[in-house]
Design a protein around this ligand. Structure first.
Ligand code: SAM
Length: 249
């Protein structure tokens, strides 16, 4: 498929299916960010119908590097197909979730850049090497955020980003993140986060906190629907320059 046709087909697909989880614009934001920052290792928790994973993989394909692993147990799939069959082709309606994802990946020739893992979380995967981006899009309560950050924060690369869907428009989650980031930037590790972090990762987490600065950005969409936000936690080494590194001019 020609590159411009692939782009148009992907846009048509995610404008249609992206509405189910409200990621039809978010996925384009992630496409742009991946093209600009060229992360090599990206992990998504909650594939949904694939909108974000497909655009991240498409950006990686255009850049020529990078891979997104996306985890989803497919628990919503049969209900979505039953409720909104018009979103899918006759073939897709006959597939299980694993085959639906494999079909999309093949259709857009994204096999080198996208891998779907059909497992239930938690437990969260051990991820080696470190992550450049994490997009968590399946749970956003305060305890879930602590569990996710406890597991993944020490596994993030020194210049990296964590995105937590819906957290900025849920007050308890918003407040937790604000408190947490203020303490991290003061060089402190709150007990509740430490408790959610495996003991074997405590030293890595302390090292990260000592050597990092954290920026929290609440990305809220002005749209008439719920869960209209993503919290963006950017991690950078303590330095006198922004990351990812680019020459000063
Ligand atoms: C909001 S959707 C993800 C949307 C997607 N990130 C996008 O870009 O459109 C959440 C997904 O998480 C999955 N999910 C929910 N709980 C899960 C669990 N405990 N383990 C694995 N997947 C889960 C659901 O099947 C659903 O597809």
């Amino acid at each position: 498929m020609a590159a411009d046709q692939q782009f148009a087909n992907l846009k048509e697909l995610t404008d249609r299916i992206g509405m189910v989880y409200g990621t039809e614009d978010w996925c384009m934001f992630m496409y742009s960010l991946v093209k600009m920052q060229t992360p090599l290792n990206v992990l998504e928790l909650g594939t949904g119908l694939g909108a974000t994973a497909l655009w991240v993989a498409q950006a990686m394909k255009e850049v020529g590097a990078g891979k997104i692993f996306t985890i989803d147990n497919g628990q919503d799939w049969s209900e979505i197909v039953a409720k909104s069959p018009e979103l899918f082709t006759p073939l897709q309606r006959t597939l299980d979730f694993r085959a639906y994802m494999a079909d999309l990946v093949a259709q857009f020739s994204l096999q080198s850049h996208l891998e779907h893992l059909q497992v239930t979380m938690p437990p969260y995967p051990e991820f080696e090497p470190g992550l450049d981006m994490l997009f968590s899009d399946f749970r956003h309560g305060p305890n879930d955020i602590l569990a996710i950050l406890g597991h993944f924060l020490p596994r993030m690369n020194e210049s990296s980003s964590i995105f937590i869907d819906s957290a900025s428009t849920s007050f308890p989650s918003y407040a937790l993140l604000e408190l947490l980031v203020a303490q991290l930037n003061a060089g402190k590790l709150p007990g509740m986060l430490l408790k959610a972090t495996p003991a074997a990762m405590h030293e890595s987490l302390w090292r990260q906190v000592r050597g990092s600065r954290y920026t929290l950005m609440h990305m809220v969409e002005r749209k008439a629907r719920l869960q209209n936000s993503t919290a963006w936690l950017k991690i950078e080494p303590v330095d006198l320059r922004p990351y990812p590194q680019a020459p000063f001019h």
